[in-house]
Design a protein around this ligand. Structure first.
Ligand code: SAM
Length: 232
């Protein structure tokens, strides 16, 4: 692959299993001048796995993204090609990315995708719940606006996908039961990792299951749409 100068590549990386990365992603990571990443230790693990030669890593954190923009634009002006990765999956999907992309586009540089894994599409690919249409919510707000958001989502006429962390998963299931009722769910825990769990059942069954089994790790949840009524 011919790497282009003054270009920002948005590179998807694995969500767990280090083998879930494309050939092109590794080529780009090998060929760019520098890599913009979140936790450098996470990125170094991937680079070492694929013998990517050591190169400049530019740390880039959520909510502090503005700091990285000026140095990134300066490098692009200088003709460098850069890659943006996140700790897991596709940058921009519930991860830093959007702000960097919009600023780089505004500055007149090319941004190219190197697509790959996201937790949401991995879950959808094994869905027994109709998924011709779906709504991606990602993380709910932790406090302000959470209830309003949940009420809004109960009205969706399609499945809804959520991201949730280990600490909040039981609270999350209980809230879903309260707002959505006992709908069918598909739960992916630690997808592609050693302790991968795929749970199929209703929300109340998910609560019982995860009370008895490990709640550790990362969760992605698809909630089926509600029963159609005469009005919809
Ligand atoms: N950019 C990522 C993507 O493309 O899916 C998402 C990053 S977001 C900061 C992290 C959240 O994604 C986790 O809290 C979890 O909800 C979900 N996630 C990431 N990896 C996962 C996995 N292996 N299994 C289940 N959910 C995962």
């Amino acid at each position: 692959m011919q790497i282009k100068p003054s270009t920002l590549y948005i590179v998807a990386t694995p969500i767990g299993n280090l083998e879930d990365v494309t050939y092109r992603a590794i080529q780009v990571l090998k060929d760019v001048d520098a890599i913009i990443c979140e936790d450098t230790r996470v990125t170094v693990r991937l680079l070492e796995r694929y013998d990517v030669p050591r190169k400049t890593l530019i740390p880039h954190y959520k909510n502090q993204e503005a700091r990285t923009i000026a140095p990134v634009i300066a490098r692009l002006k200088n003709g460098e090609s850069l890659a943006l990765v996140s700790d897991a999956g596709t940058p921009g999907i519930s991860d830093p990315g959007y702000f960097m992309v919009s600023e780089v586009v505004k500055a007149g540089f090319t941004v190219e995708p190197i697509p790959g894994v996201t937790a949401a599409t991995a879950l959808l690919s094994v869905s027994h719940i109709p998924n011709g249409h779906f709504y991606f919510e990602g993380f709910l707000p932790h406090k302000k606006g959470r209830q309003t958001r949940l009420k809004f989502l109960t009205e969706m006429d399609c499945g809804v996908i959520f991201y949730e962390s280990t600490h909040r998963i039981m609270k999350f299931f209980n809230e879903i039961l309260g707002y959505f009722g006992d709908r069918e769910v598909l739960v992916g825990r630690e997808l592609t990792k050693m302790h991968e769990t795929i749970f199929r059942g209703t929300v109340s069954e998910a609560i019982s299951f995860f009370e008895e089994h490990s709640q550790k790790g990362e969760f992605v949840v698809l909630i089926d749409k509600g029963q159609l009524t005469k009005d919809n």
